[in-house]
Structure formats: C-alpha cells, structure tokens
Design a protein around this ligand. Structure first.
Ligand code: IDP
Ligand code: MG
Length: 139
C-alpha cells in the first residue's frame, strides 16, 4: 500500500532542549507507530548528502553546520497517509507560521532550528529511511 510510511528526525535543537520525550509522545498520540528508531550523530559530510537537494541555497551552510552540531533521533513511522499526515502534525517550516499545537509551533526555536524533519514524499521517505536503517532494522 502506498503512503503508509514516513521518515523523521528530531533535530539537535530539540534534543538539546530536552524535547525528545515530548515529541515522541506527540508522534505516538498522533496515531503513528515507530517501526525503527536510533539516536545518532551525523558528520557534516553525511548531512550534506542527506540535504543534497538544498545545496547552493542561502541557508545550506547554516543547515549543514546545525544538523552536524549534536545528536539527532532518526525514526521510521507508519500510519495510513503517513507523509501528508506527518507534515500536518509538524507544521510549517518556519515555526512562526506553524499552526497551534503542531510540533514545530510547540518546540522549534526558529526557521533553521525547527525541531523536526518530515519527509515530503513517499519516495523520499523510502530514500531517507534507507539512509539511516539497514534492511534488518527496518523489518
Ligand atoms: P522542511 O523541513 O519543512 O521540508 P525545507 O524547505 O525542505 O523545509 O528545508 C529543509 C530545512 O532547511 C528546514 O527544515 C530548515 O531546517 C532549513 N531551512 C529551510 N529554509 C531555511 C531558511 O530560509 N533559513 C534557515 N534555514 C532554513
Ligand atoms: Mg523538506
């Protein structure tokens, strides 16, 4: 079935601010099932690979620096219509524009330091999940 998985990261700002538990609670009470999860750190090189689509944009260097500055929590989430529903749960990229009750509204610091990542398509959810998890970890 299409659309049943997405990929997320809790970003270094939210990890450092002590929001891992609160964010996982929002994810689970939002109806998502965690099927793989790990806390890890990315080198700048790995972040560059993950965010290759943004290379050359004005915020790219800041993004690479920030995302490699501390620990992140990576996870694969399952739910019907996962990608779209998770983007709704996290809210707009800029927390100032995010709806009340969304994860970014509640826990993000700024446009760059915005607490969580969420895949933007089924194909990217698969690519991003594969970036972090082996076949054994995923199933
Ligand atoms: P998304 O995470 O909501 O999908 P994207 O446009 O894919 O947003 O951007 C990826 C990440 O790059 C954002 O989550 C944010 O951390 C960072 N970013 C995007 N635009 C800006 C900006 O204008 N200033 C600083 N950081 C940005
Ligand atoms: Mg994106």
């Amino acid at each position: 079935m299409m659309g049943e998985k997405t990929f997320t990261m809790i970003k270094p700002d939210a990890v450092n601010n002590g929001y891992i538990g609160a964010i996982l609670e929002k994810i689970c009470s939002g109806g998502f099932r965690i099927t793989a999860m790990k806390m890890t750190r990315l080198t700048a090189e790995k972040v560059g690979e993950f965010y290759a689509v943004h290379k050359g944009k004005p915020f790219y260097n800041e993004l690479v620096q920030f995302m490699s500055s501390g620990h992140i929590v990576a996870a694969i989430l399952e739910k019907e219509n996962a990608v779209e529903d998770f983007r709704k749960l996290i809210g707009a990229t800029n927390p100032a524009n995010a709806e009340e009750g969304t994860i970014r509204k509640l826990y993000a610091e700024s446009m760059g330091r915005n607490a969580v990542h969420g895949s933007d398509s089924d194909e990217n959810a698969r690519i991003e999940g594969d970036f972090f998890f082996s076949a054994l970890e995923k199933y």
